[in-house]
Design a protein around this ligand. Structure first.
Ligand SMILES: O=C(O)CCC(=O)C(=O)O
Length: 318
């Protein structure tokens, strides 16, 4: 699917499913490092991987967050193909990555079957906006094939949910044992489960959806099965209220230093690094950043500073 068509679909439905959007070649380095994060399906199910207990009983226990122990998985979260898609869907290239997670699920480890919901309660301090500049983009990326029995996400097209209020946010299928007095959970709109679209697809599939789109995780039923995916979130720079993680808080982790050594200006700008030519870059800050990140090639930022200086000298001498 071409990206303009994808953008039309995402505006219409609140999501677009791009089967196999990331090529096998693009995925390969990240998939090759999955074992640095998670047990294989076999290692989990035959009990030979000592890390397996972590995944039991809690559907979210299989989530690792950026920066990942596997540098290639960190690099996949900011791959050019994802940035191209995010730029098209969000209508601008002043992007920020506001969260990135890798997630392993194993059949039988936990109950992954969720109620329909939106994610905004831990992605913004406000509510989702559909204004082009303020949209928040969520992307599920399948690192392996995810057929129906390996728990693909299901999503409901916006045409069926456009009139729903900010509350309730979780729409349960079954009557609630206790009334939720906060109003965030309700057993209403159960007909929406019949409107779901499954995102089942091959490795490399990207499911791009807006923060206001109702969706849910589904259960894994395949015996001995495992699902590996990533969940990355982008927004435009101006939508500062959309956040999940403060990157500076993680920027003294070895995994962050390893990532930075492989990244360039475009990737680092996603985390708030000022671009080359920005007034932040002075002799002092360049020298300090060189000391902090000996693995980072600062040439683009040094060249940016020189270009800014030349432009200033030219305009003074006119
Ligand atoms: O992992 C999935 O397929 C969906 C999970 C989800 O929607 C969530 O946890 O909010």
């Amino acid at each position: 699917m071409d990206l303009d068509r994808a953008a039309r679909q995402w505006r219409q439905d609140g999501f677009v499913i791009l089967p196999g959007y990331l090529s096998e070649e693009t995925l390969r380095p990240a998939v090759a490092e999955l074992d640095l994060l998670f047990p294989s399906a076999q290692g989990f199910h035959d009990g030979t991987d000592p890390r397996r207990d972590r995944f039991l009983g809690d559907e979210f226990a299989g989530i690792d967050s950026f920066p990942f122990a596997a540098t290639q998985i960190s690099l996949l979260a900011v791959h050019d193909d994802l940035l191209r898609l995010a730029t098209t869907l969000l209508g601008g290239d002043d992007l920020r990555l506001y969260s990135a997670e890798a997630w392993a699920k194993y059949t039988g480890a936990a109950d992954y079957d969720q109620d329909l919901h939106r994610d905004y309660l831990n992605h913004t301090v406000l509510v989702p906006s559909t204004a082009a500049e303020f949209r928040q983009l969520e992307m599920f990326i399948f690192l392996v094939d995810v057929p129906e029995d390996l728990g693909p996400p299901h999503l409901v097209p916006k045409t069926h949910t456009a009139n729903l209020d900010a509350k309730p946010n979780w729409l349960t299928r079954r009557a609630l044992a206790d009334l939720d007095e906060t109003g965030f959970v309700a057993s209403s709109h159960s007909h929406l489960y019949e409107r779901e679209v499954s995102a089942a697809g091959p490795a490399g599939t990207v499911v791009a959806f807006e923060l206001g789109t109702f969706h849910r995780g589904t259960g894994l039923t395949r015996p001995g099965g495992a699902r590996y995916s990533m969940h990355v979130n982008y927004r435009r720079a101006a939508a500062e209220w959309g956040n999940r993680q403060a990157w500076a808080d993680r920027s003294h982790e070895p995994a962050w230093y390893r990532f930075v050594a492989h990244a360039g200006p475009r990737q680092l700008e996603l985390f708030g690094f000022p671009p080359p030519g920005h007034p932040y870059w002075t002799d002092d800050t360049l020298a300090g950043v060189a000391l902090r990140y000996p693995g980072l090639d600062l040439t683009p930022w040094r060249e940016g500073q020189s270009a800014t200086r030349r432009a200033a000298t030219d305009s003074d001498s006119r």
